[in-house]
Design a protein around this ligand. Structure first.
Ligand SMILES: *[C@@H]1O[C@H](CO)[C@@H](O)[C@H](O)[C@H]1NC(C)=O
Ligand SMILES: *[C@@H]1O[C@H](CO)[C@@H](O)[C@H](O)[C@H]1NC(C)=O
Ligand SMILES: *[C@@H]1O[C@H](CO)[C@@H](O)[C@H](O)[C@H]1NC(C)=O
Ligand SMILES: *[C@@H]1O[C@H](CO)[C@@H](O)[C@H](O)[C@H]1NC(C)=O
Ligand SMILES: *[C@@H]1O[C@H](CO)[C@@H](O)[C@H](O)[C@H]1NC(C)=O
Length: 949
């Protein structure tokens, strides 16, 4: 791509090498030989690379070059020899040394010896990649003949690399052409530019990753006009692009990419840098439009403006560049404009850029169709137009001459790929990335020709066809296979062990039949939402030893959970919910496992919760809801201190709710013990759970009072405005969030953070409703129905102003309905039926809209609208037993039906946190898989979210 770029450097090196290649006929000078032997002695040479350093003629020793007439050593090339240890000052005996190369060795953080500055004839010094550390010796400034100095890539993490506070010495190197100090820490060397600008001969300056924060905005005079290479990538520059760049008229490569924060517009000056062949400004914060003059850069071979905030259209750039190429100058081979805010269409003239090898336009706001002219790019290797607003059909013509295309990305547009069923593409792709691109309804038969691909994503492609048998014989090694969210039918081969697939996602399809056996290298297996049947392989643990992520929820899997699951030491996520699993939970869990998510809800698993589950110390999310588990909670679960979500609802678990839930599981956000056989009181310790947002212990046999301390449930005292509150509890993973799972899971995960609810209904609780509950300002739902609560409704109930659902029905509450109730402006569901409330029903605001009389049924002495009974002061007869409601004995049932919601307000949250080993960047991605929240809740919390904004 930039072949000519390093020409000057290569020529220069060539000069050094040819001059020294002949071995001296005279043999070497004795004192130089002795000096070399001393050097060898002090060096560590673990690979015995200096074995040839013996005998008289040191000129024939490996890496030693002598002058062919004088016999003096003038070149030492000891690179890539794994050398370490100490560099002996005997080196100074080699007074004629012109070239010293110690690169690619390991000096383990030792300093560069100061005496190297006393080798006066040195022209070439390469100490790169050799793990030198500490301050750069300023004595190097004495090497006034030096032309090439490479101190780059000496990076011993974290802080032991090279550093310098004052680069003044560099300006003495008046013959220098090439300087590389990449990765040296130059934060404090504020004079770096000043020093470099004293060397008019400099033609290459590489200062990548030097933590440079300062670059002058203006200079009185620019000496660096010979500069061909300027690499300032990965520094901490926070400025606009300096204007003086325009005087660097010989610049070939300019790189300000990554980690810098260049802002402001791209200046027009680039138009004058006509020799520029590589321009990298990616990963900055540049804004404004691409300057028109950039189209004049007719030497451009690679342009990377990706990951900025560049707006406007790409037309002028493309039109400009395509004009250049009619003059048969070298042509651009890489154009990367991805991740900006470019708008408008892809200009048709792009077809003139026919030497493009890499075209990245993804993640902009491009509209219109994909120009057919792209089909002329016979050298194109990568095409990425994903995540735009492109429309229309892509057909054979678009690929006509793309014979070397290897990677095709067209996801997330409004594109459809329509080709003849007998189309034979000219390419054999390696990466096929077409999610959300309309390919169906038939399974694309052209895939048959794509032998040897390693990544294939056809998710959400509208395919509703049977999986063809040939598919599984196309390739033997797949890194990533995603066919999810189609309606692909049929069963899979019984064994896929002969294909090495790292990540498989076949979720949300119509696959049926038994689960296939996948290969030993499988890392991630997503098969959820299909109709796979039969048991899990008994030897799953041994068969897939590196599996991290197993999601087979919502299928027809039966049998029991294999014991061999316990041997899977890499498993982080186990999701087998919504199946027909029976039998007992494995009892063999061990602390060598790193399981974070266990979701086995909605199966038919029986027996007890084994105590060994307490050894899963990383467990963050445990869902065993809706099974047939019995016995008491094992106290070992108190070791699972990372638990965020604990859902054991709908089982037959008995005993007390242990107080350690409150004292030992401090991160709990969701606690769901609904519909079990818990007895005894509610432990006041639950109020220690300062992150708790969902507390559901309804439908048990709990007795005693509601602890006053519940007023301290901190997370409920605030309005949860952020959809990702749960992520925040996972701060250490947040850094790595790259890919959120799409679809249902994410939708709910967004709202999960907003949910705050307390459900204590259908127990045997008595006593008063503690006034303290009214300090849970952030509460969205409160259900205390079907208990034996007495006393009055707390006067301050109106404080719960975000409350959307309040159910106090079927208790023995007495007194009047507090008038503050009318300030519950978010309330959309209310049930006060079957109590002993009396007096006038308050009115106003939201209460006005809750005008179904059944809300109040079963209270003898309530009066006023919406009841037909008037109040005494209205001058009517004293309220009598409420008889105005349409018949039904179970008024509350009626109400829920009437409101269109399911009874009992079940917030059935199956929150699953998951750390996913996910493509394409092979980094962790965090997502939450939450299932089955009552639709109503989703809708109304979304509305709430909107209200809050
Ligand atoms: C490298 O340096 C470190 C720190 O100075 C030292 O602990 C380590 O032993 C050294 N390694 C070798 C192989 O000399
Ligand atoms: C670079 O050096 C400065 C001080 O000279 C120091 O504060 C900073 O931590 C260093 N950076 C790294 C990555 O070591
Ligand atoms: C330009 O280079 C010359 C020669 O090294 C030097 O004398 C002069 O000071 C430099 N100019 C600047 C502005 O540094
Ligand atoms: C840049 O070049 C122009 C024209 O040759 C000259 O007038 C100007 O002084 C130069 N600027 C710098 C900073 O050297
Ligand atoms: C860049 O500088 C501006 C203003 O000096 C500052 O607000 C901004 O946070 C800085 N950006 C970075 C990434 O340091």
């Amino acid at each position: 791509m930039s072949g000519s770029l390093f020409l000057s450097v290569v020529l220069f090196l060539g000069y050094l090498c040819t001059a020294t290649s002949a071995v001296s006929l005279l043999g070497c000078v004795k004192f130089e030989r002795l000096a070399l032997l001393k050097l060898k002695q002090s060096l560590k040479d673990p690979m015995n690379e200096l074995a040839s350093w013996k005998g008289i003629n040191c000129c024939s020793w490996g890496g030693v070059g002598c002058h062919n007439r004088s016999g003096h050593v003038f070149r030492l090339t000891l690179d890539s020899m794994s050398l370490g240890g100490e560099i002996n000052p005997s080196l100074l005996e080699l007074k004629h040394l012109r070239s010293l190369d110690l690169s690619m060795n390991d000096f383990n953080g030792t300093n560069i010896p100061e005496f190297i500055g006393s080798l006066p004839k040195l022209k070439y010094l390469n100490l790169s990649n050799a793990n030198f550390g500490g301050p750069i010796p300023h004595q190097l400034g004495n090497l006034s003949s030096l032309r090439y100095l490479d101190l780059g890539s000496n990076d011993i993490p974290p802080t032991r690399g090279l550093q310098d506070h004052d680069l003044g010495w560099v300006s003495n190197l008046s013959s220098l052409r090439y300087l590389d100090m990449s990765v040296a820490n130059l934060t404090k060397a504020g004079n770096w530019f000043y020093a470099m600008n004293k060397i008019p001969s400099l033609s290459a300056l590489r200062l990548s990753s030097c933590e440079i924060e300062y670059i002058p905005r203006s200079v009185p005079y620019l000496n660096l006009t010979s500069l061909a290479i300027l690499d300032l990538s990965r520094n901490n520059l926070n400025c606009t692009l300096p204007k003086w760049l325009q005087n660097m008229t010989n610049l070939n490569l300019l790189d300000f990419s990554e980690q810098n924060s260049l802002h402001g517009p791209i200046p027009d000056v680039f138009g004058s840098m006509t020799s520029l062949s590589v321009l990298n400004l990616n990963l900055n914060q540049l804004e404004g439009e691409i300057p028109q003059t950039m189209g004049n850069l007719c030497s451009l071979e690679g342009l990377d403006l990706s990951w900025n905030n560049i707006t406007g259209q790409m037309t002028q750039l493309v039109v400009g560049l395509s004009r250049c190429f009619s003059n048969s100058s070298p042509q651009i081979s890489s154009l990367n404009l991805a991740h900006n805010s470019l708008s408008g269409p892809i200009p048709l003239t792009i077809e003139k850029l026919s030497s493009l090898e890499f075209l990245y336009l993804q993640s902009n706001q491009l509209i219109g169709t994909v120009p057919e002219g792209i089909g002329r790019f016979s050298k194109l290797i990568v095409l990425d137009v994903s995540s735009n607003s492109l429309t229309g059909v892509v057909s054979e013509a678009h690929f006509a001459n793309l014979g070397v295309l290897k990677e095709l990305y067209m996801s997330l547009n409004n594109l459809s790929l329509k080709v003849n069923s007998n189309w034979v593409p000219p390419f054999e792709l390696n990466f096929i990335y077409l999610p959300s691109c309309q390919l169906g309804p038939l399974f694309p038969s052209w895939l048959q020709t794509q032998k040897g691909f390693s990544k294939l994503d056809l998710s959400k492609a509208g395919i509703s066809d049977t999986m063809p048998h040939w598919f599984w014989s196309l390739t033997t090694e797949i890194m990533y296979l995603n066919l999810s969210q189609n309606q692909i039918k049929g069963s899979l081969p019984l064994s896929l062990e002969s294909i090495s697939i790292s990540l498989v996602d076949l979720s949300s399809n119509c696959f049926e039949g038994p689960l296939p056996r996948f290969g030993r290298d499988t890392l991630v297996l997503h098969l959820y939402d299909n109709s796979f049947e039969g048991p899990l392989p008994a030897d799953i643990g041994e068969a897939m030893p590196v599996l991290r992520n197993l999601l087979v929820s919502n299928n027809l899997i039966n049998g029991s959970i294999p014991q061999s699951i316990c041997t899977m030491e890499n498993l982080e996520v186990l999701g087998l919910a919504d199946n027909l699993l029976s039998g007992r939970l494995p009892h063999c869990w061990s602390d060598s496992q790193i399981l974070m998510v266990v979701d086995l809800g909605n199966n038919n698993i029986s027996g007890i919760i084994p105590g060994t589950m307490g050894s899963l110390l990383s467990l963050a999310s445990l869902h065993l809801n809706n099974n047939s588990l019995s016995g008491e909670l094992p106290s070992s679960l108190k070791n699972c201190t990372s638990l965020v979500a604990l859902d054991l609802g709908e089982n037959q678990i008995s005993g007390n709710i242990p107080s350690w839930i409150g004292s030992s599981l401090p991160n709990l956000v969701i606690l769901r013990l609904r519909s079990n056989k818990f007895t005894g009181g509610i432990p006041p310790e639950l109020s220690y759970l300062s992150s708790l947002q969902v507390l559901d212990i309804a439908q048990n046999s709990l007795s005693g009072i509601i602890p006053r301390s519940f007023g301290n449930l901190t997370a409920m005292t605030k309005i949860q405005e952020k959809g990702f509150i749960l992520y925040e509890n996972w701060g250490s993973y947040l850094d790595n969030v790259l890919v959120y799972m799409k679809g249902r899971e994410l939708e709910y995960s967004k709202t999960l953070g907003l949910v705050t609810s307390v459900d204590l209904s259908s127990n045997k609780l008595h006593g008063k409703i503690p006034e303290e509950l009214t300090s849970l300002f952030g509460l969205l739902a409160l259900n205390l129905s079907e208990n034996a609560l007495t006393g009055e409704i707390p006067k301050k109930i109106g404080n719960l102003r975000w409350l959307e659902s309040l159910d106090l029905s079927r208790n023995n509450l007495s007194g009047e309905i507090p008038s503050s109730m009318s300030s519950l402006t978010s309330l959309s569901r209310l049930n006060l039926s079957y109590n002993n409330l009396k007096g006038r029903i308050p009115s106003g605001f939201q209460l006005q809209t809750l005008n179904d009389p059944s809300i109040y049924i079963g209270n003898q002495d309530l009066c006023g609208p919406p009841l037909t009974d008037g109040c005494p002061s209205d001058g009517e007869s004293p309220p009598s037993r409420n008889s105005s409601i349409t018949g039904e004995e179970d008024g509350s049932e009626f109400l829920w039906y009437y409101s269109g919601f399911s009874p009992g307000f079940a917030v059935a949250i199956l929150g699953v946190f998951s750390v996913l080993f996910f493509m394409p960047s092979w980094r962790y991605a965090l997502f939450i898989l939450v299932d089955d929240i009552v639709d109503w809740f989703y809708v109304t919390t979304t509305v709430t979210m909107a209200k809050l904004r």
